[in-house]
Design a protein. Structure first.
Length: 277
C-alpha cells in the first residue's frame, strides 16, 4: 500500500517551489491533496504536474486563496472537508521574504514590512493550526511547518524581519507541539537552506533566469553550500514527507530538521552578502 494512502493533505504555498514538489510527492504516494496559492496559473501548473505523476483527478483539490486572509484560510479548509471529508496532514509552507516598499533591505526596513512578514510567515500558520486543530485531532494528524535556516542561531542581517518571523515560527511550533501532542497531533519543523525556487524572485526582485543563475552560483561556493550544489525543491519534499509520515517519524515531536547542504555548519553567507562595517 502507498505510504500516504487514505490520508488527506493540505499543502499551502503549493503553486510553486517546495510546496509544489511536496504536493506531487504526497499525492504520488497515495494522499489526496489540497493545493493552494494566489496565482491561479501557477496553481494549475501544479495541478497538471500532480496529474502527470499518475494521480487521479479526483484526488486533487486546487484552491486559489490568499493564506493571510481569514476568508482564504476558511476556503482552503472547507473545500478540503467537502471534497475529501477529513484532514490528516497540514503542511504550512507558504512564506516569503517580502521586499520593503521603500527599498531598504536590512534593519531599517519599514514597520509595515515587519507586519506583513509576520502576518504571512507566522500569523497565517497560527491561524491555520487553530482552524484545523479539531479536524487533525479526529485523525491524529500531522503538521509540518516550513521555516528557514534564517531563523538562527546565526544572525541574518540581510533579512532581519523575515528571519525574525521564522524564528518566532520555530518557537511557536515547539510550544504548540506540547499542547497538540496530547490530542494526538504532531508538529515538526523543516528549516531549508538555499533552494532553487521562486523565493529569490520574490525576495530580491530577480527574474526567473537571474534567480537560477544566483542559485547555481551559490552552489559553486563551498563556504556557502558545502554540498557543492544548491538544493532543489525535491530535496525538501522528501524531508517534509518523512515528518508527515507517522510510521516513519512517529517519535519525533516538536523538532526541527535542517536541510541545507551544510550551510548552517559553515555560516558562510555573510561573506557573500557582506557584514556591515
Ligand atoms: P516560492 O516563492 O517558490 O513559493 C512560495 C509559495 O508560497 C508560492 O506557492 C506562493 O504562492 C505562496 N505564497 C506566498 N504568499 C502567499 C499568500 N499571501 N497566500 C497564499 N500563498 C502564498 O518559494 P519556496 O518554495 O522556496 O518557499 C517555500 C517555503 O520555504 C517558504 O516558507 C520559504 O520561506 C521557505 N524557505 C525557502 C528557502 C529557499 O531558498 N527557497 C530557504 C528557506 C526557507 P502564490 O505566489 O501563488 O500566492
Amino acid at each position: 500500500m502507498a505510504r500516504f494512502s487514505g490520508k488527506v493533505a493540505i499543502v499551502t504555498g503549493s503553486s510553486n517551489g517546495i510546496g509544489r514538489a511536496t504536493a506531487i510527492l504526497l499525492a504520488s504516494e497515495g494522499a489526496k491533496v489540497t493545493i493552494t496559492g494566489r496565482d491561479s496559473e501557477r496553481l494549475e501548473e501544479t495541478r497538471q504536474a500532480v496529474l502527470k505523476a499518475g494521480v487521479q483527478e479526483a484526488n486533487v483539490n486546487a484552491v486559489v486563496a490568499d493564506i493571510t486572509t481569514s476568508k482564504g484560510q476558511d476556503l482552503i479548509i472547507s473545500s478540503t472537508l467537502k471534497k475529501f471529508g477529513q484532514i490528516n496532514i497540514l503542511i504550512n509552507n507558504a512564506g516569503a521574504n517580502l521586499p520593503d516598499a521603500s527599498g531598504n533591505t536590512r534593519s531599517n526596513c519599514a514597520i509595515e514590512n515587519l507586519q506583513k512578514m509576520l502576518q504571512l510567515n507566522l500569523q497565517s500558520v497560527v491561524e491555520m493550526t487553530q482552524k484545523t486543530r479539531p479536524h487533525l485531532a479526529k485523525t491524529r494528524g500531522e503538521i509540518v511547518n516550513i521555516s528557514s535556516i534564517g531563523a538562527g542561531p546565526s544572525a541574518q542581517p540581510q533579512s532581519v524581519y523575515y528571519s525574525t518571523a521564522k524564528a518566532a515560527l520555530d518557537q511557536y511550533s515547539r510550544c504548540t507541539a506540547i499542547d497538540l501532542i496530547s490530542e494526538g497531533i504532531r508538529i515538526n519543523v523543516v528549516q531549508p537552506g538555499l533552494v532553487s525556487t521562486g523565493f529569490s524572485t520574490a525576495a530580491r526582485g530577480l527574474s526567473a533566469e537571474d534567480s537560477l543563475k544566483f542559485y547555481n552560483s551559490m552552489g559553486e561556493i563551498p563556504h556557502c553550500i558545502p554540498a557543492g550544489y544548491c538544493g532543489q525543491p525535491e530535496h525538501l519534499a522528501s524531508v517534509i514527507a518523512f515528518l508527515a509520515d507517522r510510521k516513519a517519524s512517529e517519535y519525533i515531536v516538536g523538532q526541527t530538521i535542517i536541510a541545507d547542504g551544510g550551510t548552517s555548519l559553515v555560516l558562510g553567507m555573510h561573506s557573500v552578502f557582506g557584514v556591515k562595517k
